[in-house]
Design a protein around this ligand. Structure first.
Ligand SMILES: Cc1cc2nc3c(=O)[nH]c(=O)nc-3n(C[C@H](O)[C@H](O)[C@H](O)COP(=O)(O)OP(=O)(O)OC[C@H]3O[C@@H](n4cnc5c(N)ncnc54)[C@H](O)[C@@H]3O)c2cc1C
Length: 381
């Protein structure tokens, strides 16, 4: 039988995440208005509190699954705001390291925070257009990197970046592959914080590499396929961010409408509701459908070890739902939705990114279409 109930273990972790999110919310406007200030890895309210992300790894069958709970926790943290009490210890570059790094590389860098550097001014949705180069210098057994990356999350705070570059190797072969470049390496500069519409608390900047030399041991040999497999884990999580933010705004809207007498009656049909409540219920339904697509993708990850098209479905649905729910809430709220006295307008701005990064909705729909129709990447792009 399908059981949609959360276990007691899930609930304990989710409740703790919700409490932490509530504590973090007081910083929301500060980091929104001061986007050049990168939040600390741990805010003072985190001291002495458990880390639910870590706890879930030690709870065995008391939880529904590590992947499912990871998504539920992200939803709760982002329901508070984009500033969690603790910034996650690892980033996407760590997943690439874990999936293809050698034992020595994992031992050396596994505990550092590693950003991922793929996007360039001329290469976003289509990474095959990457032009950053890595040229092997046999005399010194080093790689020489030249190029530019833009919009890199944790650019300033990360200890290193996993760079995706076009490499000309010892045999003259040219491949897209990854290199780990530590902060402080000569020739590697981090640009100023990008001025963004939303998620201004999230550290985002560009990276520049000018004759940046790294030892051969920093070549982490991920290829196009292995890099993009990592996104199958993270895409439902990006949807979870967007849905967490949407839920914050949905709850706020429900509360404000109740104050003026618009309260949903769940037992009655649509005809018994006012038009305003009917619209609110539509938004709730969209939230729940997208929530289920995220949890389904993560459940499949827990039970089968990996997903692809389900991750894209969750991302496409979650990103689209986040856009539509936050837009719909602003319409229902009217003028208070636009004042800085409330966080509504901020959540609307914050949620927008979930349908853009890690592949916009259009690209997710292409992946789904290829899967359903049996087309290759070359056939349908
Ligand atoms: C805040 C933020 C953080 C980010 N963090 C990172 C990071 O840590 N590391 C990193 O490498 N990148 C990062 N990115 C970059 C992000 O992944 C890209 O913005 C995203 O992949 C889209 O690429 P693009 O912006 O170049 O858009 P483009 O590729 O130029 O696409 C523009 C639009 O065209 C449409 N489109 C594109 N291709 C197709 C197609 N084949 N069919 C139909 N429609 C299409 C889509 O609607 C898309 O939104 C970040 C971006 C932002 C805004």
């Amino acid at each position: 039988m399908i059981d949609f109930e959360l276990s007691d273990g899930d609930k304990t972790l989710v409740d703790e995440a919700r409490e932490q999110a509530t504590l973090a919310r007081k910083y929301a406007r500060y980091y929104d208005q001061n986007e050049n200030v990168v939040p600390p890895r741990e805010l003072e309210e985190a001291i002495g509190r458990p880390d639910p992300f870590q706890q879930r790894l030690e709870m065995g069958d008391k939880i529904s699954g590590k992947a499912i709970v990871e998504a539920l926790l992200h939803m709760e943290f982002f329901r508070g705001d984009v500033v969690p009490l603790r910034v996650p210890k690892i980033s996407l570059g760590n997943y690439v390291l874990e999936s293809v790094g050698t034992a020595e590389q994992i031992e050396r860098w596994g505990k550092t925070r590693i950003a991922i550097g793929i996007t360039e001014p001329g290469a976003g949705s289509d990474p095959s257009r990457i032009s950053t180069t890595a040229v092997y210098d046999a005399a010194k057994d080093e790689w020489v990197i030249n190029g530019e990356k833009i919009f890199i999350t944790y650019a300033e705070d990360a200890d290193a970046v996993m760079l995706f570059a076009r490499a000309k190797g010892p045999d003259g072969d040219v491949n897209l592959t990854t290199f780990l470049i530590e902060k402080g390496t000569p020739g590697f500069e981090v640009g100023p914080q990008v001025k963004k519409m939303g998620i201004r608390a999230e550290d985002t900047a560009g990276l520049v590499f000018q004759d940046c030399r790294i030892p051969a041991a920093n070549h982490v040999k991920a290829n196009f396929k292995t890099v993009f497999e990592v996104f199958n884990f993270s895409r439902p999580i990006v949807a979870a961010f967007g849905l967490g933010t949407s839920k914050a705004l949905l709850d706020f809207t429900t509360e404000k409408l109740a104050e003026v007498g618009f309260v949903p009656e769940y037992g009655s049909g649509t005809a018994a509701q006012t038009a305003v409540v009917d619209r609110l219920l539509d938004l709730e339904a969209e939230y729940e459908a997208a929530w289920l697509s995220v949890v389904r993708a993560k459940w499949m990850e827990d039970t089968t070890g990996g997903v692809k098209v389900e991750a894209s479905s969750a991302k496409a649905m979650g990103g689209m739902a986040a856009r539509r729910i936050t837009q719909g809430c602003l319409e229902l709220l009217g003028n208070i939705s636009l004042t800085e006295g409330e966080l509504a307008e901020k959540w609307f701005r914050d949620a927008r990114i979930s349908d853009i990064y890690e592949g916009p909705g259009e690209v997710q729909r292409l992946i789904i279409a290829r899967h359903l129709l049996g087309y290759s990447q070359k056939d349908l792009r």
